[in-house]
Design a protein around this ligand. Sequence first.
Ligand code: 4NP
Length: 174
Amino acid sequence: MVVILEIPLFLFPEQFEKNMKQVLFVCLGNICRSPSAEAVFNAMIERNKLEHEISCDSAGTAAYHEGEPADYRMRQFAQKRGYNLTSISRPVNPKVDFDRFDYIIGMDRQNVRDLKSMARNENDREKIFLMTDFCVDGQYDSVPDPYYGGAAGFELVLDILEDACSGLLRRLQE
Ligand code: 4NP
């Protein structure tokens, strides 16, 4: 007699993670663009009830702001659109992140170059993408760094991220 037991996946968190699509958003400092991408994408995941299929995180190519919350200006602009930025800055850890994540997405071309220089092999390199490649609108070829600019820069980051995240979600559901 064969007995098939259904064992809940939550008893095996690692197995559970393996069955999910995992996305890592990456910018320079991990205090403006990539934490915002994480918050925007998490809101879409929640809205579409995809929490058990897709998860995301964010990191920086530099460790200047390691341990800090997101930039207060970025948090304020995001909050006005209903996004709560909760992440704490951390640098990319190539040994862990290239194994854990399926999509590693840089906000601009320099982020993508830096990620490629961290990749250990071709398999790692194939996971690296540019955020604006997922844009539906297609007006921008990077998410510009808002750190040294004014309000318009932060609003633009959110505009581009909302567009790119909806394209990314569509791609992951294909
Ligand atoms: P982010 O923005 O890469 O979008 O987090 C920046 C944050 C900090 C610095 C530059 C960009 N910085 O030079 O400290």
